[in-house]
Design a protein around this ligand. Structure first.
Ligand SMILES: FC(F)c1nnc(N2CCN(c3ncnc4sc(CC(F)(F)F)cc34)CC2)s1
Length: 495
């Protein structure tokens, strides 16, 4: 792919968020597909200027006024970086291998090696802002997602259109070949794990580890790869401050992708948009709850309901809104999903999600309501509600089933302490109302009618209630801090 055409050049210099949005819209409408390297470099440059070194008060003369700022992005800057990327990638590949129209495993490994070889020897892998080609080209640093994205962008530069990004909830790899069913690892995962770059992902899928979603990973189109880079935008200036310009740019871009139907098969992007909408609702747009439900529906429709995060996005939101009964229902559904997998030592990210729900959120709920004398006489207090108790049992049952047949244990004594604490706070009467039916029992209907109308109520209340401003949701960005929230910054290259 040569340098930029007039179609790209005419957008520069980029002097506002709207100009960046216009560039993305134009690229998404390109007949030969969006230019991933261009868009990743532009977004990375914007993020860099809006988040790095803005923590010093008064560091920019706008910080005194409240007016939003936007850094001017010059064509020359982006063109220089883009040319560097093309040169890097092409110099490392013998051009004769480029005559083919689909990639080979050797070529995928070769391109992954080129990206890999230019990374700084040792750096903190889960730092923020390491996900874009701007970080790669100006700082030689990428997080695990960023390496996979860079490989896909490199193949676009080399003229291949069969290499696509494959995304699970905590890992990324590529698919390629005639019918796009060959797979290859191109990046590392977590800390202290030998990278398997160049190998197919077949074996792990059969091991039923959550990390590979039992073959239900998101296989991206070019446009969904743009959605992944937009999802990966990290507006954080510091642990406590975000760039409002960057988060509203991310929100605008996600709505562009939503309207063009490029995130309808991407549950985590829908969840990311829901988190942004919770904080800053866009007038005339679906509510954040609706977006969380759309993410769940997408997982059911396209991924055999094997994604866990759609339920934990919704559960976290409901917990923040103090809709505790609905939160516990969502978490029981998340546990039902994870029960399909066998726990593997590389699944620690989802382990930490369930640990936090079981050992922090649920005990906090039980404490919060134990002195609740609900003013609404029609509302059954949580600790006397058999449906809540049933869903809490389902939650723990799903986690136990997850542990069954697993190579690594999940539960330990701390889990048991919190579980006993939470269950024991319920009124003994709730147990009387409960019939625990094991699978295969003939006489019980699938769901008791109380359960059904609870589910209907939950769905009905979702559509009716408005998501007002609330506490900042637990937000993560693609790859960076998901790569491993580990203490040591061990070098991926050593692994
Ligand atoms: F559980 C909910 F509360 C969650 N809140 N934020 C969550 N994130 C948000 C961001 N995120 C993501 N959002 C979009 N796309 C992707 S692809 C991917 C795996 C990897 F980084 F490529 F290796 C992660 C990820 C990871 C999950 S789950």
């Amino acid at each position: 792919m040569a340098g930029f055409r007039d179609r790209e050049k005419q957008h520069f210099p980029l002097e506002s968020s709207q100009a960046v949005v216009d560039l993305f819209v134009d690229q998404l409408e390109c007949s030969d597909g969006p230019n991933l390297a261009l868009l990743s470099t532009v977004i990375g440059a914007t993020e860099h200027k809006l988040t790095i070194n803005r923590n010093v008060s008064g560091s920019d003369n706008h910080s005194k006024t409240l007016e939003p700022i936007f850094p001017v992005i010059e064509l020359s800057t982006i063109e220089a970086l883009y040319t560097k990327f093309i040169t890097d990638v092409k110099s490392g590949v013998d051009l004769s291998s480029l005559r083919k129209d689909v990639a080979t495993r050797e070529l995928v490994k070769r391109v992954s090696d080129i990206i890999w070889s230019r990374l700084t020897r040792s750096y903190y892998k889960d730092k923020a802002h390491l996900q874009s080609l701007y970080s790669y080209l100006t700082g030689n640093k990428l997080d695990c997602f960023g390496v996979a994205f860079a490989v896909v962008a490199a193949f676009q530069v080399l003229g291949f259109n069969d290499v696509h990004l494959a995304l699970s909830e905590d890992h990324a790899w590529v698919v390629f070949g005639e019918d796009g069913t060959d797979t290859a690892e191109v990046t590392w995962h977590g800390k202290g794990n030998e990278d398997k770059r160049g190998q197919p992902v077949g074996l792990e899928v059969t091991e039923k580890s959550w990390l590979y979603l039992c073959g239900q990973a998101v296989i991206c189109t070019k446009e969904m790869e743009v959605a992944a880079l937009v999802s990966g935008i990290n507006p954080s200036i510091s642990a406590t401050k975000d760039s409002v310009e960057m988060s509203s740019l991310q929100q605008d871009l996600l709505w562009v992708l939503y309207d063009k139907q490029h995130i309808q098969k991407y549950p985590m992007a829908l969840g990311n948009l829901g988190d942004l909408e919770e904080i800053n609702p866009s007038p005339g747009r679906p509510s954040c709850k609706s977006l969380y439900l759309q993410a769940i529906d997408a997982s059911k429709k396209y991924y055999d309901n094997k994604h866990v995060y759609p339920y934990t996005y919704l559960g976290a939101y409901l917990y923040r809104k103090r809709h505790y009964k609905a939160a516990i229902l969502a978490w029981s559904e998340a546990a039902a999903v994870v029960s399909n997998f066998n726990y593997n030592r590389q699944d620690e990210e989802i382990y930490k999600e369930f640990l936090e729900i079981a050992n922090e959120f649920i005990p906090n709920i039980v404490k919060a309501v134990s002195n609740e004398n609900s003013s609404d006489p029609l509302k059954l207090p949580l600790l006397r509600d058999p449906e809540v108790y049933a869903n809490l049992l389902r939650f723990y049952d799903g986690i136990c089933e997850w542990e069954e047949d697993s190579s690594t244990p999940v539960l330990h004594i701390t889990w048991a302490h919190h579980m006993v604490f939470s269950l024991s706070k319920f009124d003994p009467k709730v147990r009387e109302f409960l019939t625990v039916a094991s699978e295969g029992d003939s006489d019980d209907d699938d769901n008791s009618d109380e359960e059904n109308n609870e589910h209907e109520k939950r769905r009905g209340s979702h559509s009716e209630s408005k998501s007002g401003p609330s506490l900042r949701g637990q937000r993560r960005s693609v790859g960076s801090d998901k790569v491993g929230k580990h203490e040591n910054g061990a070098n991926a290259n050593d692994s």
